[in-house]
Design a protein around this ligand. Structure first.
Ligand SMILES: [Fe+2]
Length: 298
């Protein structure tokens, strides 16, 4: 399947096909997220969540440039990278090397995805690239985020050695736990959750969907963790569509996404404050304002 995908690249990049391909769009979302346990002194703290870049032969220069342009345009206190930097473990350190100067001066926290850990290159190469970039990669552990809030990171569910109970122990003193976890399938077994909000990727929003259902699913739970906001066992989950593609350079009904979250201390709820779509011509269409989604829980 992977060789078929690579062979399709020149065809997909032809003008007319490129214009209708979902890979050539990028949606940015800015969410206001409020929670009663978020530290009051860190009201307004923000993170930018980017995952599943899949740098390699399936990712065009335009896709990469569109992503880096959006990252540069969206300031934040911290950048969270949710894994699958490369198409395989050889491409992942290359992607990190390209992103490092673009993200210089910003705090960056990353976790590995399954594509970062499969192939001939060892985990050492990934860790060295992260270290050289000056980023943090908390695997099965927590790091302070802001105020009393912690950022918890998990190893990849499929190719790594996730240890959620070790994370739970480290997270117990934090007032709020933001969980960075590549594959949302890991969440199903973390009961009760030690986190308040989990940010995940991996599913690519289904990548190719028909009537909202994925043609192929990378999740054992199929539609349960497909995309967007969920709430399970009293905790919030946000699954982003990611940037690139795996196996085939095609997206349908699963627009690439970069998501910014602005945290507020307050009653539990969220509101889509702004949304924009970058197209093949670089056009930016603002969708926010009157179309904003507001969800407030009791
Ligand atoms: Fe992925």
């Amino acid at each position: 399947m992977r060789s078929v995908g690579r062979a399709m690249v020149p065809v997909i990049r032809l003008g007319a096909i490129r214009r209708i391909s979902g890979t050539e769009r990028l949606e940015t979302q800015v969410w206001e997220y409020s929670h009663p346990l978020w530290p009051a002194a860190s009201d307004g703290f923000s993170v930018l969540f980017v995952s599943d870049i899949h740098y390699g032969k399936l990712l065009s220069h335009d896709q990469f440039d569109r992503m880096t342009g959006a990252i540069a345009a969206l300031d934040s206190d911290c950048v969270l990278l949710g894994g699958d930097f490369g198409e395989d473990a050889e491409d992942s350190p290359k992607c990190i090397g390209l992103l490092a100067p673009i993200l210089r001066g910003r705090r960056v926290i990353a976790v590995p995805g399954n594509h970062d850990l499969c192939g001939a290159v060892s985990r050492d190469a990934l860790e060295a690239a992260v270290r050289d970039a000056g980023w943090e990669m908390p695997v099965n552990r927590c790091v302070p985020l802001t105020g009393g809030a912690a950022l918890a990171g998990l190893d990849d569910f499929r190719e790594g050695t996730p240890d959620a109970e070790a994370v739970r122990l480290e997270a117990q003193d934090a007032s709020f736990v933001l969980f960075l976890c590549h594959n949302p399938d890991a969440l199903a077994d973390i009961v009760p959750p030690f986190y308040h909000l989990a940010l995940c990727g991996h599913t690519h929003g289904g990548q190719v969907t028909v009537f909202g259902r994925p043609v192929f699913s990378s999740s054992v739970y199929r539609g349960r963790y497909l995309t967007g906001w969920k709430r399970e066992n009293g905790a919030d989950i946000l699954i982003g569509n990611g940037i690139g593609t795996s196996l085939l350079p095609v997206r349908l009904g699963a627009t690439p996404q970069i998501i910014k979250i602005v945290f507020r201390r307050g009653s539990a709820g969220r509101k889509l404050a702004e949304s924009a779509v970058y197209g093949p011509g670089g056009k930016k269409q603002i969708v926010g304002g009157d179309n904003a989604d507001d969800c407030r829980r009791g």
